[in-house]
Design a protein around this ligand. Structure first.
Ligand code: XMP
Ligand code: MG
Length: 174
């Protein structure tokens, strides 16, 4: 596999979109007690850039989910890092890199809801709605993608490319 010759989204396009998502969140969550829950590892850059653009105070926490999706895509998810803050009564905004089948996000949502937060929303930089296997929508979406595998800006292929500031499509090498 190799990277596309040119980025699908450049760092500056991403920064513009992240800033506008942050503006929207800052308006919608004004006056509420918010926990920004960054989903590791893919949400590393997105989460960090997004919270720096907010104009409201938030608490920050992390969650790391590992999915076991063999051929049958079971949707069984283990939490390698569970949230460390009490989420009870808080307005939780889940910050994710990408919504694909939706299985991981659904499991995270269920895990968060078990703590009885005041509300939960999903904010994902990328969304591939055509790939969805469960009925789940993000409330805040950066960009909709066709069925491409993308890397960079936190997203990996076998742990490579997370450090890239731009997002590329991963293509078969010829
Ligand atoms: P599901 O299918 O549970 O998966 O919604 C979400 C997780 O799968 C990974 N994923 C990707 N990672 N490029 C990546 O680097 C992609 O195009 C891609 N699609 C899915 C990612 O970890 C995401 O959180
Ligand atoms: Mg990955």
């Amino acid at each position: 596999m190799k990277l596309s010759n040119t980025p699908l989204y450049t760092a500056s396009q991403i920064q513009q979109r992240v800033a506008s998502l942050a503006t929207q969140l800052s308006q919608d969550y004004q006056g509420r007690e918010v926990v920004a829950l960054i989903v590791l590892k893919g949400g590393l850059h997105f989460g960090s850039d997004l919270i720096r653009n907010l104009t409201i105070p938030v608490a920050v926490d992390f969650i790391r989910a590992k999915s076991y999706d063999g051929a049958a895509s079971t949707g069984i998810v283990e939490f390698l890092i569970p949230p460390s803050l009490p989420l009870n009564g808080k307005h939780v905004v889940i910050l994710e890199d990408i919504l694909d089948t939706g299985l991981t996000a659904r499991a995270i949502l269920e895990r968060v809801q078990a703590d009885r937060p005041a509300s939960v929303a999903i904010c994902s930089l990328f969304d591939k709605p055509a790939r969805r296997k469960v009925d789940l929508e993000g409330q805040y979406i950066g960009f909709e993608l066709d069925d491409h595998f993308v890397v960079g800006y936190g997203m990996d292929y076998e742990e490579q490319y997370r450090e890239l500031p731009d997002v590329y499509v991963l293509e078969p090498s010829d």
